[in-house]
Design a protein around this ligand. Structure first.
Ligand SMILES: *[C@@H]1O[C@H](CO)[C@@H](O)[C@H](O)[C@H]1NC(C)=O
Ligand SMILES: *[C@@H]1O[C@H](CO)[C@@H](O)[C@H](O)[C@H]1NC(C)=O
Ligand SMILES: *[C@@H]1O[C@H](CO)[C@@H](O)[C@H](O)[C@H]1NC(C)=O
Ligand SMILES: [Zn+2]
Length: 437
C-alpha cells in the first residue's frame, strides 16, 4: 500500500512538472529545389512531426523536433545545405497559451451545440443523441463500431423516408480522422445543425439521404482534449512497437504503403502493421461496404491549407473522371470564396499534386473500392491560427459558415445529376454512364 501510494505521488508530481512538449522546437525551412521538397518530406516518415508542408519550391515547411533529436536534425539540414529558422523555441509555451484560449468550459447544456468554442467529445455525442430523440422522424444515430478504447463511433443519418425498392442517392461526410485538426468536427456538426434544425433547408433531404460522421477518431480526440493537443493518430499500440497509434488515414486498403506513408510506428504517418489493422478503419470499411451502393458523394474534412482535393492521393496520376471532379470542386470553391468573411482562397487539384503523395487514404479507397466517383478531401482554412491546426475559437463560425456554402453547392450538383436528370431520362443517363466507363 505504502509503496503504491509513493509511486502514485511521484507520478502525479512528474506529470505536473514535466510538460509533454517542453523543449520541443518548431523549425521553418523553405525548400529551394524539388529535391529539397522531397528531402524535407522524408522527415515525416521518421519520427518528426511536420506541422506544415510546403508542396512546392518556396513554400515554407514547419517541422517540430524533440529535444533529443535537435542536434541530428540540424546536422542533417546543414549537410544538405538548407538554412533553417527556429520559429518556436519551446512548443509547450504555445500549447499552454492555446489551452487558455480554447473556450472549452463543460458548461454546455446537455445536447446543445455551440460554434463559439470547441466542444468535448461527449458534448458532440450528446448533440447527436438529442437530435435522434427530438427529430426521430428524420434522424437516426447508430454506432458503426467501437474504437480501440471502446467508445462508440456515432454516425448520423438524415432521411425524409426510404423507399427500399429504390433507395435515394446519398451524401457521406466525415470529420476528425486526424484528431488534432479540431476545426473539422465543427464543420460536420454545422452541416448537421443546418440540415436538421433549420427548417429552410428541408429540401436538401427531400430526395437525398445524408450520412454524417462528425468525429471519427474518438479516442484520439479525447486524448487531444486531455493529454496532448498535437495527437493525430489513433490510440492503439501496435504489437512490438515503441510508439502509440496508427495514422488512420494511411491504414486504408487501397495501394496501401505505395508511398507517402511510413512503416515506422513512431512516425505521424505510420500506416499500421497491415491494411485495415485498426478498429476505427475496420468499422468504417464494414459500414461503407454494406451501404455504398447509393452514396454518390464522399467528403472528408481535414485541416489545414485551403485545398479541395480529389483522387488520386497515392500517386501523381489522374482518374478517368478528373474533369468532373475538378469542375464540381470549382463550383464548391466558388461558393466558399463568395461566402467567406475571412478571404479564404482554395486551391483545387488531385491530392498528390495539391498536398503530397499519400497512400492508404480514405478518399482513394472510397473511390476505388467502394465505387464513389465523387470523393474529396477538404483541407480547411487555418484563419489567424499562429500554429496551423490551432485555429482560434472565434474563427470557428466563419469557417463552418463558408464551408457550408461549399457543401450546399455540392448538394445542388448531386440533386441535379442524380435526381433531376435521372428522373427526366433514366435510361439515357444509364447508357451515358456506361459509355463513360
Ligand atoms: C437557415 O437556412 C437558410 C437557407 O439556407 C439561411 O438563409 C438562413 O440563414 C439559415 N438560418 C440560420 C439561423 O442559420
Ligand atoms: C454569393 O453570395 C451572395 C450572398 O452573399 C449570394 O446571393 C450569391 O448567390 C452568391 N453567389 C454564388 C456564385 O455563390
Ligand atoms: C494540377 O497540377 C498539375 C501539376 O502542377 C497541373 O499540370 C494541372 O494543370 C493542375 N490541374 C488543375 C485542374 O489545375
Ligand atoms: Zn488531416
Amino acid at each position: 500500500m505504502k509503496v503504491l501510494s509513493v509511486v502514485l505521488l511521484l507520478e502525479l508530481l512528474f506529470c505536473g512538472i514535466y510538460a509533454t512538449h517542453q523543449g520541443y522546437k518548431l523549425y521553418e525551412i523553405t525548400p529551394q529545389t524539388k529535391e529539397d521538397v522531397d528531402f524535407l518530406h522524408k522527415f515525416g516518415e521518421e519520427k518528426f512531426d511536420i506541422w506544415r508542408e510546403g508542396r512546392t519550391i518556396g513554400q515554407p515547411t514547419d517541422i517540430m523536433v524533440a529535444p533529443e533529436d535537435q542536434e541530428y536534425f540540424e546536422n542533417e539540414l546543414t549537410k544538405h545545405g538548407l538554412p533553417y529558422e527556429i520559429v518556436v523555441e519551446d512548443v509547450e509555451t504555445i500549447l499552454q497559451k492555446e489551452k487558455l484560449e480554447r473556450g472549452m468550459t463543460r458548461s454546455l447544456q446537455a445536447g446543445d451545440i455551440t460554434f463559439s468554442s470547441y466542444m468535448f467529445l461527449e458534448e458532440h455525442m450528446a448533440y447527436l443523441r438529442r437530435l435522434a430523440n427530438d427529430y426521430s422522424d428524420i434522424v437516426t444515430v447508430e454506432s458503426i463500431g467501437q474504437s480501440y478504447e471502446g467508445r462508440d463511433i456515432l454516425l448520423l443519418k438524415l432521411s425524409s423516408g426510404q423507399n427500399s425498392a429504390n433507395p435515394k442517392p446519398a451524401i457521406f461526410i466525415d470529420a476528425g480522422i486526424h484528431c488534432r485538426e479540431w476545426i473539422a468536427p465543427p464543420v460536420a456538426l454545422y452541416a448537421i445543425h443546418q440540415l436538421v434544425e433549420n427548417a429552410s433547408n428541408a429540401h436538401l433531404y427531400e430526395n437525398i439521404d445524408w450520412y454524417i460522421l462528425p468525429n471519427w477518431n474518438v479516442d484520439g480526440y479525447e486524448y487531444t482534449t486531455t493529454e496532448n493537443r498535437l495527437w493525430r493518430k489513433n490510440r492503439r499500440l501496435t504489437e512490438g512497437a515503441a510508439c502509440y497509434g496508427t495514422d488512420l488515414n494511411r491504414n486504408f486498403g487501397y495501394e496501401w504503403m505505395f508511398g507517402g506513408a511510413s512503416d515506422n510506428p513512431c512516425a505521424e504517418t505510420f500506416a499500421g502493421p497491415e491494411p485495415f489493422s485498426e478498429p476505427e478503419a475496420q468499422a468504417f470499411r464494414d459500414w461503407f461496404l454494406a451501404n455504398n451502393e447509393h452514396i454518390k458523394l464522399y467528403l472528408s474534412f481535414h485541416s489545414f491549407g485551403e485545398l479541395l482535393l480529389y483522387p488520386w492521393s497515392y500517386d501523381y496520376i489522374v482518374t478517368d473522371n478528373t474533369d468532373e471532379l475538378y469542375e464540381l470542386a470549382v463550383k464548391a470553391v466558388t461558393a466558399i470564396e463568395n461566402a467567406s468573411e475571412m478571404g479564404s482562397s482554395y486551391y483545387v487539384n488531385s491530392s498528390a499534386v495539391g498536398l503530397y503523395q499519400a497512400a492508404g487514404v480514405t478518399t482513394d479507397w472510397v473511390y476505388a473500392e467502394a465505387g464513389v466517383e465523387l470523393s474529396y478531401i477538404y483541407e480547411l482554412p487555418n484563419g489567424d491560427a499562429p500554429y496551423w491546426f490551432m485555429i482560434p475559437a472565434r474563427q470557428i463560425l466563419p469557417v463552418v459558415r463558408e464551408t457550408w456554402a461549399g457543401i450546399y453547392a455540392m448538394w445542388e450538383y448531386i440533386e441535379d445529376r442524380f435526381v433531376v436528370q435521372a428522373n427526366s431520362s433514366p435510361d439515357l443517363s444509364f447508357i451515358l454512364r456506361k459509355d463513360a466507363n
